[in-house]
Structure formats: C-alpha cells, structure tokens
Design a binder for this molecule. Structure first.
Ligand code: FE2
Ligand code: FE2
Length: 349
C-alpha cells in the first residue's frame, strides 16, 4: 500500500486557517467602513491605527498558511456569514454604535479562532506549531484591539444617547488593559511584529526548520499512521520549497554565487523527487526498516544541502542584495509555494 499524502486533521486545520483569512479580510473591509462613516475624530484615529495593524496581520496569516503548507477554501458557513455581515455593515438599519459593537464581536471571534488553531496545532504535531508560530502575534493583537474597542463602544454609546462625552477615565483604563496584555504577550509581540516583512533567508530558514522538525517527529514515532501523516507533510513541503527556490532564488543568485555552486544546488534537488516517490511507495506498517533507512538517506542528502544554503548561499545573498530585494524575493518565494500547494490540493481532489 502506498502512502496517502493527506491527513484529515491537517486538512481541517487548513480549512480553519482559510476561515481565519476570510474573516480577517472581512474585518479589514469593516475597519474601512467604520472609518468612512465615523462621526467622531478621536474614534476615527483609533480605528485608523487598528486598520493598519489588521492589514499587517492579514499578511501574517497569509504567510502562516503558506508555511503550514495546505491551501484550503473557507467553509461554506464562513462564506455565507461574511456575505451577510458585509450587507449588514453597509446598510443603514444599524446605528454607528451597533455596527461598532458587532465589529467588536467579530474581533473576539477572530481572536478565539486563532487561539484554538494554535491549541489544535499543539495536539497534532510539532511541525505545525513551528509553521503557525507567527499567528501568536495576530492573536494577542486581536485581544488588545478588543480592549480598545470596548473603550470606543463606551464613548460612542454615551455620545449617541446623551450627546455628551463619557467619563474621561476610559482611555486610561483601555491603556492599562492593553499594557497588561502586552506584558503577557510582550516577548511574542516584539519577536514577531514584522513577520510580514520577512526576508528571503528568514523564510527559507523557517522551511528548513520545519523539515527538520518533521524528521524528528518521524524519528520519535513507531505508529504507522503517524509516519504516514508526517511523511505526507514532508513530501509536500520539500517539493514546494524546492520549486520556489528553483524559480525565485537560484536564477537570481547565479551571477554572484557562481555557476558551479548554483548548479550543484539544482542537481542535488533533482535527486529528491525520485527519493520521495520511492519512500511514498513503501508502507511503513509492513516495511518499517526499509522506510526508515530511506528516510535516513533523504535526511542526509537534505542536511548537506541545507547547510550549504544557510552558510555560503545566505552570506552571498546578504553581500549582493539590498533589503528591498531580499523582501521582494521573499514575496515571490511565498507566491510560488502558494501556487504549488494549490496545485497539490487540486490534484488530490
Ligand atoms: Fe535548496
Ligand atoms: Fe532550501
């Protein structure tokens, strides 16, 4: 029996991530609607800051999905919800306060969904935790936004009912609540704040770390079903990563990294697909020893290659490319991976 590459739990987490992305897009469009319709200058400024955070967080969610490696569609329920919510927020049946209140509920739901995905990842596999790590920033920032929105709601609610400002202590309380949250999340926020601007080396290193994590997971289990699940992820991750390097990175570095060095990287990667196909045809339930020895070969091949990329290739990129060029390569790298992942999803459906 050959290995099936798709695992239900992983597929489901992929769908939840797609939901999270759809909701984040809805939240962003909502931020803009609330800004456009806002009758109060102070509230508008606060919403504008929130919109900028939300835009950055959208980028982080997109990166996380590519790192995770499974492209999914949002669930039908999410699509129905988003459509209705957009309609409600565009209409004039609701007061400004009511719209803001529903927006706050959305932010709450979004933060909870992100936290639950994180907790599910801890259950399913260490490689998933590695892939979705940057989501922590989005989750904690969502919590901080909720505190700020509570303050805005209080202010807007009192103004709508009385035409007067609420007690001035509100913003100080909001600041305190946000500071308390940042205390909890401080390290996470400072580590990950600029993840959407990752350069190409960071992105490549994240992939390498994830692959190494999967090898460790494979080494640590005897359960054939788990082996199948981990190998399925490894197979997809390696092929997407190799393709993105071959389309975006290697052509770009050839002139300064050298013909011979660059060709070596291409040649090594060309050996991986047949190795992966060979392993895919082995059933770990009946042929565990062969499965492990082939995995060990693959790991050795990849190890040498990864060391070369992270030492001489990375140094060479640093010497010859500007920050903007490195970020641009990262964007293209993600795009190619996303495309490969979509094709793989389509191929099994
Ligand atoms: Fe490579
Ligand atoms: Fe690589």
């Amino acid at each position: 029996m050959a290995i099936a590459l798709d695992d239900m739990k992983r597929q489901l987490i992929g769908e939840r991530l797609a939901d999270l992305l759809a909701f984040q897009k809805m939240i962003l469009s909502n931020d803009q609607k609330l800004i456009d319709a806002c009758p109060y200058n102070d509230i508008r400024d606060r919403l504008q800051n929130m919109l900028e955070d939300d835009r950055k967080n959208l980028g982080i969610i997109e990166t996380v999905i590519v790192q995770y490696g499974i492209q999914s569609e949002p669930s039908p329920a999410t699509s129905i919800f988003v459509e209705n919510f957009e309609k409600m927020m565009s209409g004039d049946e609701f007061t400004y306060y009511q719209k803001l209140m529903h927006h706050e509920l959305m932010k709450h739901g979004q933060a909870m969904s992100g936290i639950n995905i994180h907790k599910a990842a801890q259950k399913v596999g260490a490689d998933i935790e590695v892939a979705i790590g940057p989501l922590n920033t989005v989750n904690f920032e969502g919590r901080a936004h909720q505190e700020q929105l509570k303050g805005m709601l209080e202010q807007v609610g009192v103004r709508e009912m009385t035409g007067m400002d609420a007690d001035q202590g509100i913003w100080a309380r909001v600041q305190d609540a946000v500071a308390a949250l940042s205390g909890v999340a401080g390290s996470v926020l400072t580590q990950n704040t600029n993840k959407q601007d990752m350069n190409i080396q960071t992105l490549i290193r994240l992939d390498h770390n994830k692959v190494n994590t999967i090898f460790t997971e494979i080494g640590a289990t005897k359960d054939p079903q788990k082996l199948q699940e981990y190998f399925g992820q490894l197979y997809k991750d390696i092929l997407a990563h190799a393709k993105a390097e071959e389309e975006v990175v290697y052509p770009r570095i050839r002139s300064f990294y050298g013909d011979e060095n660059t060709q070596e990287l291409y040649d090594e990667q060309a050996e991986w697909r047949p190795m992966l196909e060979e392993i895919k045809a082995i059933d770990p339930a009946t042929n565990a020893d062969l499965f492990r020895s082939k995995i060990k070969d693959l790991m050795d091949h990849l190890g040498d290659h990864i060391r070369q990329e992270e030492s001489t290739m990375f140094a060479s990129i640093d010497k010859n490319c500007s920050t903007a060029e490195k970020e641009q390569m990262a964007t293209q790298f993600k795009e190619v991976k996303r495309k490969v992942q979509q094709d793989m999803t389509a191929a099994v459906q």
